[in-house]
Ligand binder design. Structure first.
Ligand SMILES: C[S@@+](CC[C@H](N)C(=O)[O-])C[C@H]1O[C@@H](n2cnc3c(N)ncnc32)[C@H](O)[C@@H]1O
Length: 286
């Protein structure tokens, strides 16, 4: 199946958010050697740091279109009254939406996300709920209850939850998942072996996501979002902040201080450093 692109549509329902998003960079849980997660990353507890990194990512991305606008253009918004966001974080996906929706539920393993998620959700939905759950687990949500089920940069943490997410999706509903390419690690792997990180991404990656989704959905298509993060020689401060934000995430594979030092050295000795940031938006239907 080939990738599809869509004309921009439904823009009345989507608004691009400049402040407060991380383009899906909010990896909030450390990974164990088995790819499972526990605890949380301190970086994400600091919302100001989170916002600053969001701007860095946006400023250094070669693709200037908001990926949520790209995803949103593929959704038939007038048919969407109920939304479930699995691994919702602080409501990154919802920040780009205008309602009103009937019912919006966010699930996340981190209770800290409840308030920020609810702040966004209550603005755009008549009824909103946050459920602190560690997927996969029963959600207690009704079968076929959601027109749209979203998993933004989160499904690799819990691909085993797909049968439950498919169960709560309405028969003619849409499951939308955004994920990274395995190639995102290529540049860093010139210097370090990110074995843990790679095994996590492989659980639901751009390259393999279709196979994973086909186990639970009849029709699977996707839209590619090509992108790179480029840091020029004068951008050492931004690169430092970005690498610092990631330090707990890489710490199971490498010493974060070494990663930091090595990447800065590379930047100083060359003219630019660039990282693969290609993402894929999967659209699945029953
Ligand atoms: C990379 S963040 C993405 C958050 C949000 N969707 C976004 O794009 O900004 C992954 C989210 O999944 C949540 N998460 C990770 N493992 C989870 C699990 N097993 N069950 C529920 N949520 C989980 C994390 O707490 C985090 O908020």
């Amino acid at each position: 199946m080939s990738s599809r692109s869509h004309p921009v549509a439904g823009t009345a329902w989507i608004k691009t958010v400049i402040e407060g998003d991380t383009m899906g960079e909010s990896l909030q849980s450390p990974i164990t050697s088995t790819g499972r997660i526990h605890g949380k990353l301190a970086s994400y507890a600091d919302l100001r740091q989170h916002r600053a990194v969001s701007h860095i990512i946006r400023n250094h991305s070669t693709n200037k279109q908001d990926i949520r606008d790209v995803a949103g253009a593929a959704i038939d918004w007038p048919c969407v009254g109920t939304i479930l966001d699995a691994g919702c974080g602080y409501g990154w996906f919802e920040q780009a939406l205008d309602g009103p929706f009937e019912f919006l539920v966010g699930i996340d393993t981190l209770g800290e996300n409840e308030q920020p998620f609810m702040d966004v959700a209550t603005r755009i939905a008549k009824r909103a709920e946050f459920r602190e759950l560690h997927l996969p687990c029963p959600t207690g949500l009704p079968s076929g209850g959601f027109d749209l089920v979203v998993a933004g940069y989160s499904l690799y943490f819990f691909p085993e939850a797909l049968p439950e997410l498919a169960r709560v999706l309405a028969p003619d509903g849409l499951f939308l998942a955004i994920t990274h390419s395995e190639r995102m690690l290529e540049e860093g792997e010139r210097f370090f072996r990110f074995t843990n990180l790679r095994s996590l991404i492989r659980r639901f990656s751009a390259e393999d996501g279709e196979r994973v989704l086909k186990a639970c959905f009849g029709r699977v298509t996707w839209i590619d979002y090509p992108n790179r993060l480029v840091f020029n020689r004068e951008d050492t401060a931004d690169l430092e902040a970005y690498v610092f934000f990631k330090h707990e995430f890489v710490s199971r594979d490498a010493d974060p201080a070494e990663v930091h030092e090595r990447l800065l050295q590379e930047l100083r000795s060359g003219s630019a450093l660039s990282f693969n940031k290609d993402d894929r938006i999967f659209l699945a239907r029953k």
